[in-house]
Design a binder for this molecule. Structure first.
Ligand SMILES: C[S@@+](CC[C@H](N)C(=O)[O-])C[C@H]1O[C@@H](n2cnc3c(N)ncnc32)[C@H](O)[C@@H]1O
Length: 214
């Protein structure tokens, strides 16, 4: 028997995490860094939990001068997002498999987050699972450290208890302030690429910028 099996396991987990962060950092440096908008150096727009990439591909195609990055935990979703990107021939969006905290840790210092989108995140409805919710004070602080004055965080959910939770966390936050328009409680909308309803939802998302940094 190994003398300290648990210690070994922790060391292995940490090593794997460091390797993943290293890979994400390399991807950003070699694929994204040089593409960032010259008129706004270092500005990146990030969707956390991009799912199948429908929404981000659509947004990127409308704002061709800006650079968008979509991350998700699931490889299959990233592959699907990439297929859509290729099909639509969009060059200003990048999808990669990454966990949000790890992605942020890997982000080079000369990149900042201009707009952060968290669209319909997993609501984790059970109380014992609240700790898994993406929006937590500690996570907001990390996002804040990667942002600049004027950066915006857009949050959208169809789950009322998560909406209220987020609003509460934000109200107490020392790093983000609630935007003037905080009435965003949107009914569930199935995004259909480039359909009329999708565009309407997109406009809606623009109008309702929920939280503004600093
Ligand atoms: C409910 S889905 C929403 C997907 C998409 N935004 C939409 O509106 O269809 C949430 C997504 O977030 C991803 N996700 C959850 N936690 C994450 C994390 N910590 N880092 C990156 N992605 C995450 C999940 O894999 C899932 O695809």
């Amino acid at each position: 028997m190994t003398p300290f099996p648990q210690t070994d396991r922790v060391a292995q987990i940490l090593q794997e995490r460091a390797l993943r962060i290293g890979r994400v950092g390399e991807y950003i440096t070699s694929n994204i860094l040089t593409k960032l908008n010259a008129s706004d150096p270092g500005a990146m727009n990030l969707e956390i939990g991009c799912g199948h990439g429908h929404w981000l591909n659509s947004l990127a195609s409308l704002r061709s001068k800006d650079i968008f990055v979509g991350i998700d935990l699931l490889s299959k979703r990233i592959r699907k997002s990439d297929r859509k990107k290729e099909l639509l021939n969009i060059s200003n969006v990048f999808f990669l498999k990454a966990e949000a905290n790890e992605f942020l840790e890997a982000l080079p210092k000369n990149i900042y987050l201009k707009n952060i989108y968290v669209m319909y995140p997993d609501p984790w409805p059970k109380k014992r699972h609240y700790k898994n919710r993406l929006i937590q004070d500690s996570f907001l602080k990390i996002l804040h450290d990667k942002s600049r004055p004027g950066s915006k965080l857009f949050f959208k959910t169809d789950h009322e208890p998560y909406f209220d939770w987020t609003k509460q966390v934000l109200t107490k936050s020392s790093t983000w302030v609630l935007g003037s328009d905080n009435c965003l409680m949107v009914v569930l909308v199935i995004f259909r690429d480039f359909s009329k309803i999708h565009m309407l939802v997109l406009q809606h998302a623009y109008k309702h910028n929920l939280w503004l940094a600093f």
